[in-house]
Design a protein around this ligand. Sequence first.
Ligand SMILES: Cc1cc2nc3c(=O)[nH]c(=O)nc-3n(C[C@H](O)[C@H](O)[C@H](O)COP(=O)(O)O)c2cc1C
Length: 371
Amino acid sequence: MSRVRSTIGIPPRMSTPLLFQPISFRSVTARNRIVVSPMCQYSANDGLGDDWHVQTLGSKAAGGAGIVFTEATHVSAIGRITPHCLGLYTPDHQALLARLAAVITQCGSVPGIQIAHAGRKASSQVPWEGGKPIPVEDGGWVPVAPSALPSVPGATQPHALSAGEIGDVIGQFAATARMAREAGFKIAEIHAAHGYLGHSFLSPVSNHRNDSYGGDLEGRSRFLLEVIEAVRGEWPSDLPLWVRLSCSDWVQGGLTIEDTIAVSRKLAATGQVDLIDCSSGGVSHEQKIPSLHPGYQVPFADAIRNQAGIATGAVGMITEPTHAAEIVANGRADVVLLARALLADPGWPLRAAKALGVKPEVPKQYLRATL
Ligand SMILES: Cc1cc2nc3c(=O)[nH]c(=O)nc-3n(C[C@H](O)[C@H](O)[C@H](O)COP(=O)(O)O)c2cc1C
C-alpha cells in the first residue's frame, strides 16, 4: 500500500505525535526525534573545551532533546575551523569529551559527536572577530584541501593533499572515532557538508584533481567512502553512523540534489551509514540560495529519504513545534535537527511537547516543568 501523504499537518491528538515517539538506530534508542544540531562555540584553546561546553550541551539534554550533538570536533589541529574550535586528537582532549558524553547521558539524551576536518576553510577567525581567513603571518596556518584553491579570494592557498597525505587524514578520522567511542559517545556523525574537507572532495567547485580522488562523482566520493570505512573500523557495528551532506552547492556547476541522491545511494549501499543529515551550501562564496524560508532544506531530506532509501534528518529554519511534527509525521525525514532555536531556548522540546499535548520524558528534577 502506498504511503498516504498529507500536507495539512498531523491529525489532532489521536496518539503521541511521531516527533515524540522513540526512535532506534542499531542498538541506540532516543526518547524522541528532536536532535540538537552541531553548533561550534569557538571557546576552546588548543582544541580543549571546558565548563562552557559542559553547560551548553548539558542544558540542551536536560531540556528534553532526544539526541544531543557536540559541535564540530576536529581530527587534528590544522583541521580546526578557528584556533578556538574543539578537537579530539590527544588523550587530553578525550577527558572533556568523556564529561560531555556523561552529562548528556545523565540528562536522558543520546550523546552524539560530529567528527570534522575544516579542510580549506581552516585557519579562520571566530565569527565575532569577523570570521575572515587568518594569514600565516598573523598566527594562522596553511590549510589542506583536495586542490590548491582558496575558499575565498585572498585566503591562504591551501596545500593540495597527496594520496599518501589523504591516507594520513583518513587515519585521523579513525583515531578520533576510536577516542569518541572510548569517551562514551553513541552516535558519530561525519561532517561532509558546509565546504569543509569531506564536502570539498565531493564538490566539483573545490575538487579539481585528476587522480582517483577527483574527476567524476565516483572519484570525488572516494575520500568520503574511505573515511566511512576507516571510521567503521573503530566505531562498533552496534552503534549508528550518520553523515552530514550539503545537498546543493547553490551555485552553477556545483553539486545538485540529483548528485547528492546518487552519493546517498552509494552511502546506503555500504550498509555502514544509518542516516543522512541534509544540509546545504558552504563551498562557494558565490552561492545564491533562491529562497530562505522555514524548512527550506526539508525537500532535500524528503528526496533522499524517499529516493535513496536511507533515513534522513531535516535541518534549517525549523522553529515551530507543529512544523517539526509535520515533517516527521509525513515521512519527509526521520528526525529534525534544530540549531538556533535550541541555542536560544534549550527547553524548546519541553515547550513543543506542551504545544502538542504530550507529556515528555525529562529528568525527574524537571518533572514540574512539564505540568
Ligand atoms: C552558532 C552555530 C554554530 C554552528 N556550528 C556548526 C557545526 O559545528 N557543525 C555543523 O555541521 N553545523 C553547524 N552549524 C549549523 C547548524 O548545525 C544548522 O545546520 C544551521 O544553523 C541551520 O539550522 P537552524 O536554522 O535550526 O539554526 C552552526 C550553526 C550555528 C548557529
